[in-house]
Every structure is written in structure tokens, then in C-alpha cells.
Design a protein around this ligand. Sequence first.
Ligand code: UDP
Length: 253
Amino acid sequence: MAPRRKKIYEGKAKILYEGPEPGTLVQYFKDDATAFNAQKKATIDGKGVLNNRLSEYFMTGLTNIGIPNHFIRRLNMREQLIRQVEIVPLEVIVRNFAAGSIAKRLGMEEGTALPRPIVEYSYKNDALGDPLVPEEYIIAFGWANQQDLDDIVSLALRVNDFLSGVFFGVGIKLVDFKIEIGRVWDGDFMRLIVADEISPDSCRLWDIKTGAHLDKDVFRRDLGSLTDAYTEVARRLGVLPANATNIKPTLIN
Ligand code: UDP
């Protein structure tokens, strides 16, 4: 066993450890899956390995088109080095098509195209089940100010265009996704960057031809093997060799 680093935080799907240099952290991807505010739980063999790889792929893509994010480099199968940020306590959700909570709330059929991408916010608080909050609350309670929100919307829409295009290229429709945003300081100057992870845990991904779910809804709705769904996404993106059927023999560094 490698010497244990100091644990900074443990969440539902990831653990953060102290990084090798100040201002860095090591993000470890667990195999744990939770849904419905952790009322449904399971351990899914290989999920952490796949999400580490997939988040690396998307964050590197963001870096390559100039969208600032926390990713520095992947360390091994389950860990990546990231910039330490101060997380804005919001889940920033971008929707292209109705699904999940918006479909329920507005009585829309899942899959209905929205008139334009909709950005909405949930307040990150497990005890409250991450409630949807309006901008008014965010500003009044000081979670972010108007300038921050303008920057967050701009980042979220750029990420949406990037991810939508990447997924479209491999026959997948990006229905919606969630990102988290972190603050970093250069002296007195504060910047907002994309943080946390981008993976099928936090996106809705539908096969364009068949409509098959290739995301965490497979787990939420008991639609089959989550590992198979995530492996398929990774394989199409070239993150896994094209002939990979199973992550174990192929995903070694
Ligand atoms: N999402 C997430 N974490 C959350 C809530 C939502 O990653 O705690 C993602 C979810 O996977 C989906 C999008 O955000 O891609 C929109 O989710 P929605 O509000 O429809 O909630 P859900 O139906 O997933 O509860």
C-alpha cells in the first residue's frame, strides 16, 4: 500500500486528498454509485476507473479550447491531480432537452427539445436534497454575485457547446448535464473555473439512433449494466480501444 495522504474530503463518488504541492489536490474516483439523494446505493465495478478517464478526456478538451478548469494530469487508474479551488455551493445544470426533474416539474415528455439551452442552479446541500434555487437566492445569500453568475452562465454554455459537439460526433445526444464551479485566486484577482468532474455520472446521454441511455439513469432506473453503458461511451470517444468489451484488461495506464 502506498503511504496514505491526508484526506481532505470524502463525497459520494470521490475522495479528495492533499496534493504534492500547495494549491493541488488528488482526486480519487470510487466505484460507489448513489441516486435519489443517496437513498439508492451500489458499488459498480470499474465505474471509478472509467470516470477518471472520461473526466480527464473532457477536461483536457476544455483546456484545449481555452475553457479554464481544475484538471492538471491523471496520476493513475483512479486518481488525478487537480487544482485546489473553493467550490461555489451550486450545481450548475444545463439542459438541451427535457428530462428528469424539469420534465416532471413542467409535465413535459422526456426528450422534448427546449427552445434554447436552459441554465439552472441547485443549492449544494445533501440534507435538503440539493433544492433548485433562483438567482435571487444565490445573490441574496452571497453564494455568488451577479458578475460571478454572468461568468458561470458563460462557462456553462461554452461547456455545453463543446460537449454537445463531442458527443454528437460519436452518435450521442447530450440531453443535460451538471457542472460545478470553483474559485481560484491569483493574488487579489479571483477567477472561476470548471471543477469537480465531467462524466456519465453527471450527464444525460442518449444514443442518437436508439435512444438508449448511456448515463447514470441506467442505475437510477434499473436499465441494465452501468459499466457496460460507460464503457460504450468511453469506447466511442476513443478513450478505450475500439474493440474493448470490458474495462479490466484494457484500462491500464
Ligand atoms: N445531476 C447531477 N447531480 C445531482 C443532480 C443532477 O449530476 O445531484 C445531473 C443529472 O445527472 C442530469 C442533470 O444534472 O444530467 C439534470 O438533473 P435533474 O435536475 O433532471 O435531476 P435528476 O432527475 O437527475 O434528479
